[in-house]
Design a protein around this ligand. Sequence first.
Ligand SMILES: Cc1cc2nc3c(=O)[nH]c(=O)nc-3n(C[C@H](O)[C@H](O)[C@H](O)COP(=O)(O)OP(=O)(O)OC[C@H]3O[C@@H](n4cnc5c(N)ncnc54)[C@H](O)[C@@H]3O)c2cc1C
Ligand code: SF4
Length: 287
Amino acid sequence: MVLGNYKNCVSARAADPAILTASQDGGIVTQLFAFALEEGIIDGAIVAGQGDEPFKPEPVVATTVAELMEARGTRYTICPNVSMIKEATRSYGLDKVGIVGTPCQIQAVRKAQLYPMGMRSVPDKIALAIGIFCMENFPYQGLETMVEDLCNVKMENAVKMDIGKGKFSVYTERGAVSQIPLKLTHKFEQGGCHVCLDYVANLADVSTGSVGSPDGWSTVFTRTKAGETIWGKAIEAGYFETKPIADVKPGLDLVTKLATEKITKNQKTLEGRATFGVDKGLRNPYI
Ligand SMILES: Cc1cc2nc3c(=O)[nH]c(=O)nc-3n(C[C@H](O)[C@H](O)[C@H](O)COP(=O)(O)OP(=O)(O)OC[C@H]3O[C@@H](n4cnc5c(N)ncnc54)[C@H](O)[C@@H]3O)c2cc1C
Ligand code: SF4
């Protein structure tokens, strides 16, 4: 159950080479939204736009493939995509909304659909929620320190950042790569991530990440009926290359291992916090 309920899992990458050039992994998010937009399955998608400062994303409503392309790649800091849902349906007038988010953001989307307080008319308008795997996230200042002070790269010179194989890597426009071990980045993580029990976006229609698949490919779970249908149509239309997950290395074993490690570690932190406080784990110094 650490991988949540899913209908199918494959290794995949976008068929469009233009999407692959600047996407983070297999370009699954951008390619699937582009397909959904072209087919009228969504009228637009809430994605992490570039923002005014390098790698400091801001949510945007993309209504064209060009806008989706602008927002490709991972920014390892918070981008409050859920905050745009209301605006997407009201100001942009979208009836079929796509949204991408970390597992916690997809949980928020589902909560808003179940209890639409202040979100009237939103529940039926979420047409495609794509979740991205997530071990941890960083506040922007923490990310800046990691990149500028530890990796010795100016934020404006970075073209891509990546976490994988135990390292945080920053790629520059001149082709250099600067890497630090993840043990140096742990202290910059958001506190809230240490009680998070979802690695693979269990509540998304489709969830994806690099872990489990070879470089340049992504691991893709279809989880809901809507997710399975949209993914199936995109495959039929030739939008993705796929391989059975059992045929690739490191495969689902690594996804399961990392999800288990995250949940086990964070469950312990949660239990620790339950005994933390007045009349619980700590002595009250005032009585
Ligand atoms: C904080 C964070 C931690 C992650 N940790 C892992 C991990 O441990 N293991 C793993 O396999 N994958 C992880 N990922 C996911 C991975 O980095 C890729 O985002 C994912 O594989 C999708 O790649 P793609 O090529 O399909 O997407 P692309 O086609 O490149 O599109 C990426 C989409 O994600 C959106 N996006 C970018 N940054 C954010 C953000 N901060 N918040 C919300 N949306 C965003 C973009 O706007 C774009 O629409 C993480 C992502 C984030 C943001
Ligand atoms: S680790 Fe969990 S809480 Fe932190 S950003 Fe990722 S999904 Fe959200």
